[in-house]
Design a binder for this molecule. Structure first.
Ligand code: 6PG
Length: 251
């Protein structure tokens, strides 16, 4: 969909969420060092939801000296339309577990303003991204995007069956009204073409309640990709799915 080259794909299975989180942290260290050998900054879009909390806490507790954090810039894959101090805010979660602890530069965090009307928040974030990642032909965006998977197969705030969002080819960021029962209903999300401009994508997925959806996403053929946007997310260089045993379709 994005026209970007499709990188390598890996699936890694770990005993449990702590082991998975440590593996992601180690991989992040390697990637950051590799990238920072050839450029002056490392750009990373964070995921919301419960799964990455453990990773964020681990990085804050044990990785302060292992990564040149002053060269990091953080972004978000999606945001719930709530104020930043709400318990539902993805920024709020990342700030309290990780960002407030790291020795970052003052302008290193680019949050999505969930407190604004959704269309305005999307527009504003897109402007930030267009400044940060000038769109010449063949451009890439983030060095790394972290994602989670919802039980319904959504990723970031790209929900299965949301044809208008999933069919978007131009916009990098869109406001989204989530399906009934998802709280909070309004979200702002990166679009599929923008996600697929990232160099590397790490998908974090843990817990038995995710096993069936992971099976569909990773093992089904035919219409699955069209049904599930998560199955279409591919980093330009690499995509890695980090699963725990409970979520793995083969365990
Ligand atoms: C959000 C997310 C979303 C999340 C999945 C998985 O804001 O809700 O960014 O895409 O990653 O819903 O969430 P859990 O890790 O809580 O299962």
């Amino acid at each position: 969909m994005s026209g970007s080259p499709i990188g390598t794909f890996e699936e890694q299975v770990y005993a449990d969420l702590p082991a998975l989180s440590r593996a992601v942290a180690e991989r992040l260290v390697r990637l950051a060092h590799e990238v920072l050998r050839r450029q002056h900054r490392f750009t990373c879009a964070l995921a919301g939801g419960g799964t990455p909390r453990e990773l964020y806490r681990l990085l804050a507790a044990e990785y302060l000296d292992r990564i040149p954090w002053d060269k990091f810039e953080f972004f978000f894959g999606d945001e719930r339309c709530v104020p930043p101090d709400s318990a539902e805010s993805n920024y709020g979660m990342a700030a309290s577990t990780l960002l407030s602890v790291l020795p970052l530069r003052a302008d290193a965090v680019h949050r999505i303003h969930g407190e604004l009307p959704p269309a305005e928040a999307a527009e504003r974030y897109e402007q930030v991204l267009r400044q940060q990642f000038p769109a010449a032909s063949g451009f890439t965006s983030f060095d790394l995007v972290l994602l989670g998977i919802g039980r319904d197969g959504h990723t970031a705030s790209l929900f299965p069956g949301d044809k208008s969002t999933l069919g978007e080819g131009e916009r990098w960021v869109l406001p989204v009204h989530a399906p009934a029962g998802v709280s909070p209903p309004w979200r702002v999300t990166l679009t599929l073409p923008m996600l697929n401009r990232a160099r590397e994508v790490f998908v974090l997925c843990a817990g038995a309640e995710k096993r069936e959806i992971v099976r569909e996403l990773l093992r089904a053929t035919g219409h699955a990709a069209a049904r599930y946007p998560a199955a279409e997310v591919r980093g330009v260089d690499r995509t890695v799915w980090f699963l725990d045993r409970a979520a793995s379709p083969d365990e």
